[in-house]
Design a binder for this molecule. Structure first.
Ligand SMILES: Cc1cn([C@H]2C[C@H](O)[C@@H](COP(=O)(O)OP(=O)(O)OP(=O)(O)O)O2)c(=O)[nH]c1=O
Length: 201
């Protein structure tokens, strides 16, 4: 379904299949652009500053690539990028690199509350703007058996914090306060607001 508020396609600088699905959900047509950035956290950088910087850098890098490769095509276009971090007690939990890390992460999240921060940035020829969404996620208590079973499913392997609310992990999530789409990787309210600014809708 297309959204008449957003009549032209945008560029999406993301390898995340979740972000593609979420953008399609609100009827935005997109073309993909592949970029690579250094995702290391700076010393004493706050999690919210980190996600904002990452989304900003992804957007800028994507725009640089577009303008270098196809200068005529970008005139009236916008490019969107986003970044998601799972934050427990002010500490960023990245993507688990192996089963042990996944178990360690989920053991910290189980029976606890944490935040999911997602920043979305949109850039066009005139401006770059961004918005962040912070959602509190409450996990129910989990037995060792449940933690192992979940981690062995492999579902959380490429996800911040090692879980996917849109998947099996939902079984262990008691409540959230904030944006569901933000937890999955693209807060659709904030995204819509930024897209309206670009399209003058
Ligand atoms: C917490 C959580 C994260 N995630 C995903 C969203 C993001 O894809 C990923 C966080 O990693 P990101 O580094 O934000 O994104 P990415 O590397 O997957 O994609 P790209 O940078 O190319 O846009 O975790 C879920 O799918 N479900 C969840 O419940």
């Amino acid at each position: 379904m297309t959204n008449s508020l957003f009549p032209q396609s945008i560029f999406l600088a993301s390898r995340s299949p979740r972000r593609r699905e979420l953008l399609s959900q609100i009827g935005v047509q997109y073309e993909l652009i592949d970029i690579e950035i250094d995702e290391s956290v700076r010393e004493s950088e706050k999690p919210i500053d980190y996600v904002n910087r990452m989304a900003w850098e992804k957007a800028q890098k994507g725009w640089q690539k577009l303008t270098a490769e196809m200068p005529n095509k970008v005139i009236n276009k916008a490019l969107l990028a986003a970044d998601t971090s799972v934050v427990l007690n002010d500490k960023i939990l990245g993507k688990p690199l192996n089963l042990n890390q996944a178990i360690e992460m989920l053991s910290q999240l189980a029976g606890n509350s944490h935040q999911v921060m997602t920043s979305v940035a949109i850039i066009n020829k005139d401006w770059i703007k961004q918005a962040a969404s912070v959602t509190k996620v409450h996990f129910g208590a989990m037995t060792e058996k449940e933690i192992l079973a979940y981690c062995q499913s492999g579902e959380g392997a490429d996800k911040a914090g090692g879980y996917a609310i849109q998947g099996i992990a939902a079984q262990h999530i008691k409540a959230i306060e904030g944006s569901y789409s933000g937890v999955v990787g693209l807060p659709l309210f904030e995204t819509g607001e930024l897209l309206k600014l670009h399209f003058g809708a």
